[in-house]
Design a protein around this ligand. Structure first.
Ligand SMILES: [Zn+2]
Length: 336
């Protein structure tokens, strides 16, 4: 008979991929009863669709015989090997029994191995990942430059307004149309009646580009993946057994590298959409004369019109007049 110390040699649990693999284990005996008093150690677990009947021996002497898809391969005190379903292992043995301690250890070990495998996989793609990150970083730098240019083009105040709009998710430019009517009452006195109606002028596309922190967040994600690659290299070369928490953190961080690429693509799409937005809308971002001239000059430039301060004034006045006429309003008010 083998003594309890025998369990120590099974500390590296296996994953069995088929019934055949289990049948090939030396000492495996089909329909070999396992109970709380003959368990010696755990060889590993299986998780497959094949038929394998649980060998837990019930008090009446019969075997459980249920087909558990997920279960464990165990060694018994008489050195033979058998199988037990996960459900029976949990419910028929005490939580702190050797079997359940071994079961938890085996599953935690496999989970850790899986994460370690993921980290190793990322390292095999290290060159490709680094190249992508380099491209993303370059793209993010170009967008940052473009944002800077928009500040020059539209004015800092207007860009702040765009940032606020991005934060609140409100991308519509609205203005208030004022309708004035005069009525003469019975005594011949003239009364002015004013009616204000909110009107949506248009929508600024790609506003997400101006959400504060978007680019910084992307750059810091790139940096995190880069650092994780360095750390993973050190960790895999080290002779010391890496901590589970470190493996999990690295696997999670490295898993975000593709998202960096997607994020850049999304921001680039927003930028394209923003560039396609009708530039005259920028003149209605804020009720400020200086800002509006600034916007008008930018809009004219985008539309390929001859600029200059006076021309911008005229162009803006004509634009306001056109909108007033379209709305049939006597006055238009721009939100502050
Ligand atoms: Zn069972």
């Amino acid at each position: 008979m083998t003594d309890g110390n025998d369990t120590r040699q099974y500390l590296t649990p296996r994953i069995f991929a088929s019934v055949a693999e289990i049948e090939a284990v030396p000492g495996y005996v089909p329909n070999n009863p396992i109970g709380t008093n003959n368990y010696a150690g755990l060889l590993g677990h299986y998780d497959f669709g094949e038929e394998l009947r649980c060998c837990f021996q019930k008090p009446n002497g019969n075997l459980c015989r249920e087909v558990h898809k997920f279960g464990f391969v165990a060694k018994l005190l008489n050195s033979t090997v058998t199988v037990i379903g996960n459900h029976c292992a949990i419910t028929k043995f005490d939580a702190d029994s050797q079997l359940n301690r071994d079961r938890r250890h085996a599953l935690a070990y496999q989970e850790r191995e899986k994460k370690l495998g993921r980290v190793a996989d990322f390292l095999t793609q290290e060159t490709a990942i680094s190249q992508v990150l380099e491209r993303v970083k370059k793209g993010a730098g170009e967008l940052a430059q473009r944002l800077h240019e928009y500040k020059d083009e539209l004015g800092e105040h207007n860009v702040r307004r765009l940032e606020d709009m991005a934060k609140t998710g409100r991308s519509d430019i609205t203005l208030t149309a004022v309708y004035v009517r005069y009525e003469v009452d019975k005594s011949g006195e003239r009364h002015e009646e004013r009616q204000q109606v909110s009107h949506r002028l248009g929508t600024i596309q790609g506003l997400e580009l101006f959400r504060p922190g978007s680019l910084q967040q992307l750059l810091s994600s790139i940096q995190s993946v880069r650092l994780a690659l360095l750390e993973a290299n050190t960790l895999m070369r080290s002779a010391k057994r890496p901590r589970t928490s470190a493996i999990e953190r690295l696997a999670a961080t490295l898993g975000t590298w593709e998202r960096c690429q997607t994020t850049l693509g999304r921001l680039q799409n927003h930028e394209r959409a923003f560039r396609a937005t009708d530039p005259s809308l920028f003149c209605y971002l804020a009720d400020d004369r200086v800002q509006r001239y600034h916007s008008a000059r930018a809009a004219m430039q985008r539309l390929g019109l001859e600029g200059g301060k006076n021309r911008a004034k005229e162009w803006l006045a004509a634009l306001d007049a056109k909108i007033k006429a379209q709305l049939g309003a006597q006055q238009i008010l721009i939100a502050r």
